[in-house]
Design a protein around this ligand. Structure first.
Ligand SMILES: C[S@@+](CC[C@H](N)C(=O)[O-])C[C@H]1O[C@@H](n2cnc3c(N)ncnc32)[C@H](O)[C@@H]1O
Length: 377
């Protein structure tokens, strides 16, 4: 049995090296080789592929270059996978570790998971900006006695962001003991038609862009991740009731258009019971070079309409005046590799001043005493 979430990395031992490499090259992570009964045989990583390029025909079977003595974690009830993984990483310079149970491959582990807390504090997790919002929301929820929160990504496209959020949710949920339900909203068919291309920044966003392969994405979604397809205008209104969603603690808005951001922010006007008192937010498509347009225009209007009740703060993008951040170059994929610097000025908090928990003191008695001690003479 091979679970859906890792199916994309698994190949049968009889596949050719060339075919296996084709799959490997989608993400350059790992190839997991299984036998005809789908039982775990070994792995092929970059080192084996590089070596094979010099020594072996690509028409050979992948089994010929499979590392059958690779490090792996054998999972039984009670195995502390995190501890086992950290022990392996202390000795070996590798990234991915297969987790096997009854010779079935059940998961792959990586360094970001094993050292999540450390990498978080060093600010070097992938999609760090998603992580900081979710961490802040989970920490606040825990301190205020909530046992679950919702996290939402508006604008999913191929799913890179939703899958990153899913990976973060798993670790943050474990660290804080908080259930995290993750929701991804998207048309499923890319950007909708726009009737207001100035406000929607038609110079950099075009209808139909960013389509989704629903089948491939759905296969990788786990128990607490939900994909909600359709125009957000139609799907957001009754979403919280329909999904019995816990209060929203973090959200990522990446819908590009002003006109798609409006219904999201209007929905924030619903009853406080659907939300945490503060919602940790990331807006992807705001730039100091296009002030007052796109997502930023929707934020400015929202704050004016809700003055004294709800505020998204800071209202404008802080700093980050560069052409790439303004979306001017199509070929700017490198920016996403150093994404925390890119993203940091786009982080915001939505304050719900009338929420019953808005002014609830968030520190424990011990922490309060420590703070007092720090400031006393
Ligand atoms: C830039 S892509 C999202 C990328 C994704 N967040 C990531 O990081 O991989 C923007 C997405 O917003 C979606 N979108 C824009 N307006 C929408 C609307 N009104 N309803 C639903 N989805 C919308 C589009 O379908 C598109 O896939």
């Amino acid at each position: 049995m091979v679970s859906n979430k890792i199916a994309q990395y698994v190949v049968n031992k009889n596949e050719t090296i060339a075919d296996a490499y084709w799959k490997f090259s989608r993400e350059y992570k790992i190839t997991i080789v299984v036998d005809n009964d789908n039982k775990f045989l070994g792995i092929v990583g970059n080192a084996e592929y590089e070596n094979a390029k010099k020594t072996t025909s690509p028409k050979e079977k992948i089994e010929t270059i499979t590392n059958k003595n690779c490090k792996k974690i054998v999972y039984n009830d009670g195995t502390d996978i995190y501890m086992e993984a950290r022990n392996i990483y202390a000795e070996c310079n590798l990234n991915y570790i297969p987790i096997v149970s009854d010779n079935d491959i059940i998961d792959i582990f990586n360094r970001e998971r094993a050292f999540y807390k450390q990498y978080f504090s060093e600010g070097r997790l992938p999609r760090m900006h998603y992580s900081v919002c979710m961490w802040a929301a989970a920490e606040e929820a825990k301190r205020m006695g909530y046992d679950a929160i919702s996290v939402i990504e508006f604008g999913v496209a191929s799913g890179n962001g939703l899958l990153a959020a899913q990976a973060h949710a798993k670790e943050i949920s474990r660290l804080f003991g908080i259930r995290i339900e993750l929701y991804g909203f998207d048309t499923g068919t890319g950007l909708p038609e726009s009737s207001n291309l100035v406000n929607d920044m038609g110079n950099i966003f075009a209808p139909g862009c960013f389509t989704m392969n629903q089948k491939t994405l759905s296969m990788q979604l786990e128990e607490h991740t939900h994909l909600i397809l359709g125009n957000i205008e139609d799907t957001i209104g009754d979403f919280a009731e329909k999904y019995n969603a816990p209060p929203v603690g973090a959200m990522f808005v990446d819908v590009d258009y002003y006109s798609s951001t409006k219904p999201i922010l209007n929905w924030l006007g619903q009853n406080d019971k659907y939300f945490m008192p503060r919602i940790f937010m990331y807006f992807d498509d705001i730039s100091a070079l296009q002030e007052g347009l796109g997502e930023e225009k929707a934020i400015i209007e929202f704050n004016a309409e809700n003055e004294g009740n709800i505020k998204i703060s800071p209202e404008k993008v802080s700093g980050n005046i560069d052409w790439i951040a303004a979306g001017y170059y199509a070929n700017s994929s490198w920016i996403y590799n150093c994404t925390y610097d890119y993203a940091r000025p786009r982080l915001k908090i939505c304050h719900r001043y009338n929420h019953k928990d808005y002014t609830k003191y968030r520190f424990s008695d011990d922490e309060k005493a420590q703070i007092e001690a720090r400031y006393s003479l």
